[in-house]
Design a protein. Structure first.
Length: 234
């Protein structure tokens, strides 16, 4: 038995969030061909869907095994802990605090801590946002956040990173993501924090739905190769 999880626009297109079937032995590409026939609404997304198997991005020739968990990652615009037992990388429904996230990385060896706070804005391209709805493949999101933290530590020795993203319905001005990076010197802290938010937008499976006064839409290209923008610009 293989389990398929669908998120955001993919879940809307199929009308289902979880599928199960005897698909062991198929490649991920063959599985997608089968799902397109079973759920025609997925067809328009297939060229830009990314597929994860067991919470890792997988190529089209990956052969599925019994018990695998497949996730369809649509177009989109527990991890390590600090010394107090708080996760450095987290997906949560709770309101975010920049000071609290910064405290997770500040340490005696850091000379600078830079914090990025992404907030919900009211106007985008002349259209008024009522609120945003964020959705995540939480387990994989945390794993990819950890990957970003490892990349930063390798690129900027001594750097310590925390990334916390909120999901659910968020009102205008509320914080959707807080990233804190502490490094021995300030220049590296600024560079590493910018790197973290750009990588988060590239690889972390979190999506946002813009809810306007006159409609709603998942953010991100639904038809082209620019799908690699999780949650879009904040």
């Amino acid at each position: 038995m293989v389990t398929v999880k669908l998120f955001a626009a993919a879940a809307d297109a199929a009308g289902r969030r979880v599928l199960e079937g005897d698909w062991a032995g198929l490649t991920t590409e063959q599985l997608m061909q089968h799902l397109q026939q079973e759920y025609p609404g997925l067809a328009r997304l297939t060229p830009v869907l990314s597929i994860a198997v067991n919470r890792e991005y997988a190529p089209g020739d990956r052969v599925l095994n019994d018990g695998d968990e497949v996730a369809l990652i649509p177009p989109v615009s527990g991890g390590a802990e600090d010394g107090a037992g708080r996760p450095l990388f987290e997906v949560t429904t709770a309101p975010l605090s920049a000071d609290e996230v910064a405290a997770r990385v500040t340490n005696p060896h850091s000379g600078a801590t830079v914090v990025f706070v992404g907030t919900v804005r009211e106007w985008t391209n002349g259209r008024r946002t009522v609120h945003l709805e964020y959705e995540a493949y939480a387990e994989m999101a945390v794993a990819q956040m950890e990957r970003i933290g490892q990349e930063i530590a390798e690129r900027w020795p001594g750097a310590r990173t925390a990334i916390v993203h909120r999901v659910g319905a968020l009102a205008v001005t509320e914080a959707s993501v807080v990233i804190a990076v502490a490094t021995p010197h300030r220049a590296e802290a600024f560079e590493a924090c910018r790197y973290a938010i750009e990588r988060l937008k590239q690889i972390v499976p979190i999506w946002k739905k813009e809810v306007w006064e006159d409609g709603e839409e998942w953010v991100g290209s639904q038809t082209g190769p620019d799908w690699m923008h999780p949650a879009g610009s904040r």
